[in-house]
Design a protein around this ligand. Structure first.
Ligand code: DI6
Ligand code: FE
Length: 400
């Protein structure tokens, strides 16, 4: 048991969606969880002798949760960035064998150690800004062994760094070159068969797919989701990023935890997500990098009561972003989310997008994942650009 004192706690009021800052207060932590919060004079007697750390009135928020990343990959796509600046579109580059497939070549060629070293540089940047839970997808291997290699690296990240890692099976990201003429075979032999293997090896927590004209159709994804359900794995989907194929509604009908991107989401998709309680994960880093002009329907999602999360989508092609704070700023400036929505989007709603209960809020019973900031107003986290006010993180009750 230990105590944090003089903490200004960011408390989320779910009905209004607002964050309230407490007066300087105490947080009691035991066995990795928050046990009690409140005024110092109300501290329960049994806690009184526990060691204390004075936070000098700093603001404490839940530890940040980056609920959609592809941080494990080989190489980079700086040349493709130049091509896009010269006028080529993301889809043209993908159809010409570049894009995701160029990262697949580099990821297949890299050793586990090389992938780990490259990913840790990105992960460390995220952690330095207060991230305490990180989702990592496969999807640049596209054969079973290479996908498992990525996932082993992802799991290792959670062992060598103080962060919780959740892993997601994304073999349905693109068709690998050797299977270009054999979609059904790829889905059967790699996506579905590999999912069962990864699950048996304890390497995956959820199943995802890229539902798009250049990737997989809603019908193909529905089949994959049925197999995920058979293994008891929750599902999520990249959908409506470049066009509206109805992927979000299909995913919601399968009880998806989240549907991600959503620039082209229509009214049917929003209604289906609201009914299913599916989280909308918005990825402004990809919107920005692709110089997209179609905005996700934030006002309609808000009106329908669909919870919105924000994530970096850290990946070498469409979102080479390793800052969740910058992502919050983009959520506000590009998508017109309120700073309160941005903070909920990287805490309580991001936890829900990962199916993680007991995370993302500061309340008794919740995991003691906290970010301590040198700020006076939580809105500062969304307002600043290129500035990191993190003082310290507490991960599972331990100060790091
Ligand atoms: N959507 C994305 O934005 C990334 N994957 C996906 O399904 C892009 C991945 C890449 O271009 O490497
Ligand atoms: Fe993505």
């Amino acid at each position: 048991m230990h105590l944090l004192e003089n903490a200004r706690i960011a408390e989320f009021d779910a009905p209004s969606g607002r964050w309230r800052l407490s007066a300087p207060a105490m947080i009691a932590i035991g066995e990795g969880r928050i046990v009690w919060t409140g005024d110092a004079e109300d501290l329960p007697e049994p806690f009184a002798g526990a060691p204390r750390r004075d936070l000098d009135g700093r603001v404490v928020t839940p530890g940040l949760i980056d609920c959609h990343t592809h941080v494990v990959f080989g190489g980079n796509r700086a040349r493709e960035f130049e091509m896009r600046l010269e006028g080529a579109s993301y889809e043209e580059i993908a159809r010409a064998g570049g894009g995701i497939l160029s990262t697949v070549r580099e990821t297949r060629a890299a050793s586990e150690e090389e992938l780990l070293a490259a990913a840790l540089r990105r992960v460390d940047t995220l952690l330095a800004e207060g991230v305490t839970t990180l989702e990592i997808k496969s999807g640049y291997g596209l054969d079973i062994e290479s996908e498992l290699k990525m996932l082993r690296v992802a799991r290792r990240i959670g062992r060598v760094r103080p962060v919780s890692v959740r892993t997601t099976w994304l073999a349905a990201h693109a068709l690998p070159p050797e299977r270009r003429e054999d979609r059904a075979g790829y889905i059967r032999d790699v996506v579905i068969a590999g999912m069962a293997r990864a699950n048996a090896e304890g390497l995956i927590d959820a199943v995802d797919g890229f539902c798009e004209g250049i990737a997989f159709s809603p019908e193909e994804m529905a089949r994959i989701f049925e197999h995920a359900a058979g293994l008891g794995l929750p599902v999520k989907l990249h959908a409506e990023q470049l066009s509206d194929l109805g992927g979000a509604a299909m995913a919601a009908r399968h009880g998806a935890l989240s549907v991600d991107h959503l620039e082209y989401l229509g009214a049917d998709g929003i209604a289906a997500m609201a009914v299913a309680g599916t989280v909308a994960v918005l990825l402004p880093g990809a919107f920005y990098t692709l110089r997209e002009t179609q905005l996700p329907p934030v006002a309609a999602l808000r009106a329908a009561g669909v919870p919105m999360a924000l994530a970096t989508d850290c990946n070498p092609g469409t979102s080479p972003v390793t800052s969740l704070l910058l992502t919050m700023n983009m959520g506000a400036t590009l998508f017109r989310m309120t700073p309160a929505e941005c903070l909920a989007g990287v805490t309580v709603h991001a936890a829900r997008a990962l199916g993680l209960e007991g995370r993302g809020l500061i309340a008794p019973g919740f995991r003691a994942d906290l970010a301590i900031w040198d700020i006076t107003d939580p809105a500062e986290l969304s307002y600043r650009i290129g500035f990191n006010p993190l003082h310290a993180r507490i991960v599972g009750g331990t100060l790091v």
